[in-house]
Design a protein around this ligand. Structure first.
Ligand SMILES: Cc1cc2nc3c(=O)[nH]c(=O)nc-3n(C[C@H](O)[C@H](O)[C@H](O)COP(=O)(O)OP(=O)(O)OC[C@H]3O[C@@H](n4cnc5c(N)ncnc54)[C@H](O)[C@@H]3O)c2cc1C
Length: 341
């Protein structure tokens, strides 16, 4: 079939890759110029962590587990241009925050989605063996070995490279003004296809007014004195910090969550909270260099769940990936594919 995709964020990329592999003829339309991407996926840390997402509803967590199972297969098809990282997630809390840690523990133990047999209760000795960098400040931890991560920018770059090589019609710097049944309209022209898929995230708002943005901020640090090679979550009563390792002692620290559509620069308060939390995790973060401060808005629907809708034959809208869009993209893409008939 001839399919046009509006919006090449994480969902647009994953969709384009999967549909291309199934032999469909694709056109991809992206508003941003190449190399100047402003979508949420370019801010995201890339955590694939359905077991340790405290506030997601169970159906989203179940979807996350299915999607996590799809990720390594997808990355394998990218022929070494991107990495899928297994290494699990360590969950720690300072002594004064044991109440919040206990709350987290209760969630893990009583949530039917989390496989309790895959949760390891670690003492100080286990920490020293498994993640020595954390053993200085923490005497216990939870370890969930099935949590994973990717670098979304690396994965999207790999997909785009392969699609361009395969001759897919990829139009950067081309904002879509209307997604209609079997017709996509840009500022320059219109194209007639069998299906239009609208994956514009916040950019779809004019045609899906319920979509709103929820602000989030992350920092990228270079910390040569820190040796952490797995995901870490620091539980805290006011905010939670996560650390995602990147090659060569780079770390992504996230993330704030603020009910605002302001995409402006990071606030002092957010930077202070994230950096203080990082310093409390490992003293080596004090000498780290701040490489990047990233701010964006997560495309969110009122019930905080992703949705795939078919307003009429020839048009699919997929949106609302919210906090878990990197995790959920393969599963949402699969749902979209099931809808194409
Ligand atoms: C700080 C932060 C940290 C995050 N960390 C994680 C994480 O660790 N794990 C996780 O699973 N999720 C994470 N997320 C969430 C994730 O980034 C989003 O859920 C995901 O990016 C949504 O994907 P999307 O493709 O729907 O939208 P987007 O990624 O926003 O992509 C939409 C694309 O559509 C394009 N577009 C918009 N309007 C138009 C138009 N008119 N015409 C053509 N193109 C258009 C945009 O330019 C963009 O490229 C994080 C988000 C933030 C903000």
């Amino acid at each position: 079939m001839k399919i046009a995709i509006a919006g090449a964020g994480i969902l647009g990329h994953v969709l384009a890759w999967q549909l291309h592999q199934q032999g469909h003829e694709l056109s991809v339309y992206e508003a941003d110029p190449a190399g100047k991407n402003s979508g949420a996926a370019w801010t995201a840390a890339g955590m694939l962590t359905p077991n340790t997402e405290l506030d997601a509803p169970d159906d989203v967590l179940e979807m996350g587990l299915r999607s996590l199972a799809r990720w390594p297969k997808l990355v394998k098809t990218l022929g070494g241009l991107a990495q899928f990282n297994r290494g699990g997630c360590w969950v720690v809390a300072h002594q004064e925050d044991q109440g919040s840690y206990q709350h987290f523990l209760n969630h893990i133990e009583h949530n039917s989605v989390v496989d309790a047999t895959r949760v390891h209760y670690c003492n100080h000795e286990d920490l020293k063996q498994g993640q020595p960098a954390l053993s200085e400040h923490f005497s216990q931890a939870l370890y969930l070995p099935d949590e994973c991560w990717i670098d979304p920018i690396e994965v999207m770059g790999a997909i785009k490279t392969l699609l361009l090589k395969a001759g897919v019609a990829w139009h950067d710097n081309t904002p879509v003004t209307h997604c209609l049944a079997k017709k996509i309209i840009t500022e320059q022209h219109e194209e007639h296809v069998d299906w239009v898929i609208d994956s514009r995230g916040l950019g779809a708002r004019e045609e899906w007014p319920a979509v709103r943005g929820i602000r989030g901020e992350v920092l990228v640090l270079h910390a040569p004195e820190v040796n952490i090679d797995a995901l870490v979550r620091l539980i805290h009563p006011r905010y939670t910090l996560y650390v995602v390792p990147r090659p060569n002692h780079h770390y992504v620290l996230g993330a704030t969550q603020i009910e605002s559509e302001d995409k402006g620069p990071m606030s002092v308060r957010s930077a202070l909270e994230l950096l203080s939390a990082a310093y409390s995790l490992h003293a080596g973060f004090a000498e780290a260099r701040i490489i990047e401060l990233r701010t964006n808005c997560r495309p969110t629907l009122p019930d905080h769940r992703p949705a795939v809708i078919v307003p009429e034959k020839g048009l699919i809208r997929a949106n609302g990936l919210y906090r878990h869009g990197i995790l959920l993209a393969p599963e949402v893409a699969y749902q979209v594919q099931q809808t194409l008939v």
